[in-house]
Design a protein around this ligand. Structure first.
Ligand code: LM2
Ligand code: CA
Length: 327
C-alpha cells in the first residue's frame, strides 16, 4: 500500500514504567514479561493492527528485547499490571527467576566477548540464553507473535548475546508464510571491538552502523545521523528526500545543524554542547510538540516563523516538529 511493504513496531511486550524522568522512550527496553500490553497499547490493539496491516500487504516486524529484563534497582508494576522486582530477579509472569540470569557484572570491556555477552548492559539484568528453559520462554514469546501475524523481528542488543544462542532460539520457531521469519540483528560494530557483524550474518540481516561513519565523511555535512533510536525514526522520513527538499538553516556553530522541510517540518541536532538559538523555521505560527520527547516539551513558532531552539547537552541531542504532529 502506497509503496510500503513493512513497518517495525516498538517492543510490544510488557515493560517497566519509568516515572523519573517521566516516561522516557527507553523504558520500553526494560522488559517485565512477554505479555503483550505495552505503552503503545493492549494485546487486542496489537492484534487488530497486525491484522489490518497484513490485509493491505504491509508486514509488521517487532523489535525484540530478549537480551535482558529490567534494570537492577527497579521494582514496581509493569505496563500489563505485573509486579516485578529486578534485585530479587522476580519476573513471575514469564516466569524468570535468579537461576535464569548471569551473575551481576558490568559490560565494560568491549575487547572481551564474554564480558560483552554475559555481563549487565547498562545495569540491565542479563538473561542466560544458553539455558534451554530461557530459550524456550523466548521462543514461546516469538511464536506467539508469529501466531498473531508478525512477519519478522529486529533483535535489540544482538551483540550482547552469543550467536549460537540466537540460532538455537530461531531453531524453535514456527514458520512464516512457509519460510523462516525475517530477522535483522542490531550489532553495533564500528571496527572497534572484539565482536564483528560477520558473526551474525548467518542468522539474518545485520544492521550496519558503519553506514553512519561513512555518511559523516560526506563533505557537505558533518552530521552524525546515528543519534539514537528516536532520532533515526523521525529523521528517516525526511532523510529520503535530502538534500533536494531539505533546506539547511544557518546556525552559529559547526557542530549544530538545523533543517526545514518547507513549511511542513523542522529538525535540529547538536552534536555536542548546548544549542540555544533563534532560528527561522519556515513553519506557520503555533505551538508544536517535540516528536523526540513525545511532547514532553513544546516549541513555539512566532508570526515570522521564528522559534527559540534549545537543545541541552545532557538531553536528547535532537529536536523535531511537524505541522499536524500530535498535540
Ligand atoms: C541497545 N543496544 O544494544 C540499544 O541500542 C540501546 O539504546 C538500549 O538502551 C540497550 N540496547 C538496551 O536495550 C536503551 C537506552 C538506555 C537505557 C536502556 C534501558 O539507550 O539509556 O538505559 O534502553 O531502558 C536506562 C538508563 C540507564 C540505566 C538503565 C537501567 O538510561 O542510565 O542504567 O536504564 O536502569 C543504570
Ligand atoms: Ca547478554
Amino acid at each position: 500500500m502506497l509503496g510500503y511493504c513493512g513497518v517495525q513496531t516498538s517492543p510490544p511486550n510488557e515493560h517497566v514504567i519509568v516515572t523519573s524522568p517521566p516516561r522516557p522512550w527507553w523504558e520500553i527496553y526494560q522488559p517485565v514479561s512477554y505479555l503483550l500490553t505495552s505503552r503503545f497499547g493492549t494485546e487486542a490493539q496489537l492484534r487488530d493492527m497486525v491484522r489490518r496491516c497484513n490485509a493491505v500487504g504491509v508486514g509488521v516486524y517487532a523489535d525484540l528485547v530478549i537480551n535482558h529484563m529490567a534494570g537492577m534497582g527497579r521494582t514496581g508494576t509493569g505496563t500489563a499490571g505485573t509486579h516485578f522486582d529486578s534485585d530479587a530477579y522476580d519476573f513471575h509472569a514469564v516466569p524468570f527467576s535468579r537461576p535464569n540470569f548471569h551473575n551481576d557484572c558490568p559490560v565494560n570491556n568491549y575487547g572481551d566477548p564474554n564480558n560483552v555477552r554475559n555481563c549487565y548492559l547498562v545495569g540491565l539484568s542479563d538473561l542466560d540464553q544458553s539455558q534451554e528453559y530461557v530459550r524456550d520462554k523466548i521462543a514461546g514469546y516469538l511464536n506467539n507473535l508469529i501466531d498473531i501475524g508478525i512477519k519478522g523481528f529486529r533483535v535489540d542488543a544482538a551483540k550482547h548475546m552469543h550467536p549460537n544462542d540466537i540460532a538455537a532460539i530461531q531453531g524453535k520457531l514456527k514458520s512464516v508464510d512457509g519460510g523462516t521469519p525475517f530477522f535483522y540483528h542490531e550489532v553495533i560494530d564500528q571496527n572497534d571491538g572484539a565482536i564483528k557483524t560477520t558473526e551474525y550474518t548467518r542468522l539474518g540481516y545485520v544492521t550496519e552502523f558503519r553506514y553512519c561513519q561513512k555518511l559523516k565523511q560526506r563533505p557537505r555535512t558533518s552530521i552524525d545521523f546515528c543519534v539514537n533510536q528516536r532520532g533515526r525514526l523521525v529523521w528517516k522520513r525526511m532523510e529520503t528526500q535530502w538534500p533536494e527538499r531539505l533546506k539547511r538553516i544557518g546556525t552559529n556553530k559547526g557542530d549544530k545543524v538545523a533543517f526545514s522541510r518547507g513549511n511542513k517540518g523542522f529538525f535540529a541536532m547538536s552534536k555536542q554542547g548546548n544549542m540555544d538559538e533563534w532560528l527561522n523555521t519556515g513553519l506557520p505560527a503555533g505551538s508544536y510538540c517535540n516528536l523526540i520527547t513525545d511532547c514532553a516539551d513544546r516549541i513555539t513558532v512566532d508570526g515570522n516563523g521564528r522559534a527559540h531552539i534549545v537543545i541541552r547537552s545532557n538531553e536528547d541531542p535532537v529536536l523535531a516538529f511537524i505541522v499536524g504532529g500530535s498535540s
